[in-house]
Design a binder for this molecule. Structure first.
Ligand code: GLY
Length: 874
């Protein structure tokens, strides 16, 4: 069975058994700080297990994209060494959210493997958690021999997503690939780390939630989470001995054989390298497709690690140039039908990979040399470890991810001073972190005391800009207070608020608080957490008291401006995708009253024509006066229907979908205009590079656009007045002026030279003779050091044999340059002449025998020049 068919068969089996087929989520968990990448099928359902979210199904089935490179489930080090581990893989799963439990989970799994996939029963083994008698009994009931059921401990048979979250005992189904696979030791048995007993399916009996401090609480309802690696089941179904020989990998290996001229299956070392490369290029392709760019931190760093590791392995099998970008084509050939976005984004993926390859290859050789030199030195001194600062230098200057250095160290039998490295890294991070804390978090920290559970607000600001609210609590200088008095500032929490809190790039509202005994202005609003907004206020009259019912009024002008700019960012996003292509993805934004900033993935600067087209499309959509509508939807439905979601945004179960006309659908919690016509007009102010592969556009709308245009108009008018020309001819005029200026500058230069030549003649005429040598001195007005040197050259050229000393002054500072022609060097030295002058006139300086320079007070320059001959005769 081909892997595409296995996927389909799996999903159909569970869909026939009343499971809703849910599409794979992105590899990037929705703002889940506990997780780097989605590492299992259950991640997108985490809140359903915890019962803090409900959907309209209680059974689901998925084929989920997963990455296990970093965090709790990290297979990176095993990739290549084994035949079964991957950074990226697809996990087939079925899930019950408080519906069926162990009985059905086991029955379904067994039926699918035995009756549908028709696996050989004699090769199958089962593991259960050491004291899970219930699971063992169910397995016996479905027909597994007792001696095939093995009980293992926590490490093998207790599953959790990360250090916290839903978890539970599990039961695994293994397949014996035969004695000739793996360690080939007589003692090899289920539980051995080798490739022989292949774990194909893990059934997790979700019963607990583990908290950060390790506490286990029972889940409200026992649930089921299962995971079967597609690559592994394909390996068995296709009668292979390892995942890399399945149709999911073999075309990548074939292409790699072409590129490297190595053959897979001939030599273990080469095979390992080829497996690492094949795995990593696939992982990189998918990670980039979901919006990650190589960087120094977090997910970007994982991506950098796998790309650079693959490159180093490429070098090991003799590939010296960029090749991964090309190899990613083979991944797309295999996966493009199932994941069409990977095919659509392929040109973009190629660019990201190629860019990273070019950058690393540039430093790889130098980095290796630095490493080799150090290692030689370490070894010659009998050292046993790579010092932390070297690991850091390789990491920081040469872009060697730590695991690459670790691999090289292992090859040289050296250990790593990881603690020293962490220290260097922490020091660097601390430097760059200073001052850049996330505002919301910083606020929340100071307000823990105030944030009782009942402090939460209804946000009514989508519908109205004025509302009444009751003051629930107030904070001043991090202390909870009962009252804020005139002139005082503090943070106020209401039960209901029309104020938008800064989020999703949109700045906060400002406005007024009108209470029974005082008034205040709202300066800032921070979302401390969902439905908890801290309103930073300054009391302008009387006082505000806890429990006061107050009237809240949002500043309409600011809100209106911000809303115009927010809707315009959606139009801009659409226009950029239309003009530049589908690879354009929003990577950040700032929406303010007067302007907007939009960051997006793209590789080159935009040509004027592209900028104009983009601007035109946005303005057309404004002129079409299209309705902007919002709708609350089930998240899964909205995504399925094609709504764009931002990577970093957290969306709950119900999401707000913002539609403009029939061409733009995005999940968005911001405020918007009701009709695009309200935006008025849109102008791009600037475009530039923000980071590798990320561009930034700044633009203005509405009154901001009018102001921008007026500013430009005023500049033109001013120039036209100054240059005495009509505005539409000012360009021509300015070009003319610049041309004239250039001609005049050249003329001035020429005249200056003439004057100097003339003065040189004068000076030469007045030259004194000392001991047979001609001494020429000259004062040069308005000169720089370079000019003085040039003048000494002219004199030397003119006389061949001479001593030339020239000087100038600028206000109080004087400067002298002395030069001695070669034939006089046995008697005189320019350096000495300058030293003597400096000594005599209170300055300093020096230089070589042929030319030297010094500084002396400006008012002494002329006297100094006059005295040169005397100094020489001393
Ligand atoms: N969530 C089950 C597994 O990843 O094995």
């Amino acid at each position: 069975m081909k892997s595409n068919e296995i996927r389909k068969t799996f999903l159909k089996f569970f869909s026939d058994n009343d499971h809703t087929v849910v599409s794979s989520s992105s590899l990037l968990p929705e703002k889940d700080p506990t997780l780097l990448f989605v590492n299992a099928g259950m991640v997108q359902f985490k809140n359903l297990f915890l019962d803090i979210e409900k959907r309209d199904y209680v059974r689901a089935t998925t084929c989920q994209k997963c990455v296990r490179a970093g965090g709790k489930h990290n297979d990176l080090d095993n990739v290549g060494k084994t035949l079964r581990h991957h950074t990226f893989f697809e996990m087939l799963g079925n899930f019950s959210f408080g519906d069926y439990f162990k009985d059905d989970a086991i029955a379904y799994a067994w039926k699918l493997l035995k009756d549908v996939f028709r696996l050989d029963e004699d090769r199958m083994w089962i593991t259960v958690y050491k004291d899970d008698d219930e699971a063992a009994l169910i397995w016996k009931k479905v027909g597994i021999r007792e001696d095939r059921i093995v009980r293992l401990g926590e490490k093998d048979n207790f599953w959790s997503m990360g250090d916290e979250g839903p978890c539970g005992p599990c039961s695994e189904i293994l397949y014996d690939l035969g004695e000739n696979v793996g360690c080939r030791q007589p003692a090899c048995a289920v539980g051995c780390d080798c490739d022989r007993f292949l774990e194909i399916w893990n059934l997790v009996f979700m019963e607990f939630e583990r908290s950060r401090d390790g506490q286990m609480t029972k889940l409200p309802r026992p649930s089921i989470d299962t995971g079967m690696g597609l690559e592994r089941i394909a390996c068995i179904m296709q009668g292979k001995l390892g995942n890399y020989e399945t149709d999911l990998f073999s075309p990548v290996l074939r292409r790699l054989e072409d590129i490297s001229r190595s053959v897979y299956g001939e030599n273990e070392k080469t095979d390992t390298a080829m497996r690492v490369i094949a795995d990593h290029v696939r992982g990189a392709t998918f990670v980039i497709n979901d919006g990650v760019l190589p960087s120094k931190e977090g997910r970007g760093y994982v991506l950098r690690r796998i790309l650079r590791r693959a490159l180093r392995y490429g070098k090991k099998i003799g590939i010296e140039k960029e090749f991964l970008y090309d190899l990613s084509g083979a991944v797309v050939d295999i996966m493009g039908d199932v994941y069409p976005d990977v095919r659509n984004n392929h040109p973009y993926i190629v660019r990201v990979i190629k860019g990273e390859e070019e950058r690393f290859l540039e430093t790889l050789n130098t980095g290796m040399r630095v490493y080799d030199e150090f290692v030689k030195e370490i070894k010659s001194k009998g050292g046993k470890a790579i010092p932390g600062d070297l690991i850091y230098k390789l990491y920081d200057t040469y872009g060697f991810p730590v695991d690459i250095t670790a691999e090289m160290a292992a090859e040289d039998s050296l250990s790593m001073d990881t603690a020293g490295f962490e220290k260097s890294l922490e020091e660097q991070k601390e430097r760059s972190r200073a001052g850049s804390r996330i505002k919301g978090e910083a606020w929340a920290e100071g307000h823990v005391a105030a944030l009782r559970d009942d402090v939460r607000n209804d946000f009514v600001g989508y519908k109205t800009l004025e509302a009444d609210g009751v003051i629930l609590t107030m904070v001043r200088d991090e202390q909870v207070v009962e009252q804020l008095d005139e002139g005082e500032e503090g943070e106020v929490f209401f039960d209901c608020t029309p104020f938008y809190a800064e989020s999703g790039g949109q700045v906060e509202d400002e406005g007024l608080v009108d209470g029974p005994s005082g008034k205040a202005v709202v300066i800032n609003v921070i979302k401390v957490k969902q439905d908890v907004f801290a309103h930073k206020v300054k009391v302008t009259m009387g006082s505000l008291k806890r429990g006061d019912r107050v009237h809240l009024v949002v500043d309409k002008e600011k809100r209106k401006g911000v809303s115009r700019n927010h809707t315009a960012t959606h139009l801009l996003h659409y226009a950029l995708r239309t003009v530049l292509g589908e690879h354009v993805k929003q990577s950040g934004s700032l929406v303010e009253k007067d302007r907007l900033r939009f960051d997006f993935t793209h590789f080159q600067g935009l040509a004027d024509e592209e900028l104009h087209k983009t601007e035109d499309i946005v303005n057309e959509k404004i002129m079409e006066s299209l309705n902007v509508t919002t709708e609350e939807r089930q998240r899964e439905d909205a995504i399925r229907e094609g709504a764009t979601a931002l990577f970093e945004e957290k969306y709950g179960d119900t999401v707000r979908v913002l539609r403009i006309g029939d061409f733009s659908t995005e999940l968005c919690g911001g405020t918007h205009v009701k009709n695009t016509g309200e935006i008025g007009s849109f102008s791009i102010v600037s475009e530039g590079s923000l980071a590798y592969g990320v561009r930034r556009i700044e633009a203005v709308t509405g009154k901001g656009a009018v102001r921008h245009k007026r500013k430009l108009d005023n500049i033109v008018k001013h120039i036209s007045r100054l240059s005495n020309t009509e505005p539409d001819r000012v360009l021509e005029r300015v070009e003319g002026i610049i041309g004239e200026l250039n001609t005049k500058s050249n003329e001035i230069e020429r005249l200056k030279e003439e004057i100097i030549a003339h003065r040189v003649e004068e000076a030469v005429k007045n030259a004194e003779e000392k001991n047979g040598a001609k001494v020429v001195t000259m004062y040069v007005p308005d000169a720089k050091a370079d000019d003085l040197r040039k003048v000494t050259d002219i004199i030397r050229n003119r006389l061949k044999s001479c001593i030339a000393v020239v000087g100038t002054r600028e206000e109080t500072k004087g400067m002298v340059v002395a030069a001695v022609s070669k034939d006089l060097l046995s008697t005189y030295s320019a350096g000495k002449i300058i030293k003597k002058l400096a000594e005599q006139y209170g300055g300093k300086g020096g230089g070589g025998p042929q030319i030297a320079q010094g500084g002396i007070p400006g008012d002494k320059i002329k006297a100094a020049l006059k005295s040169v001959a005397d100094i020489l005769s001393d």
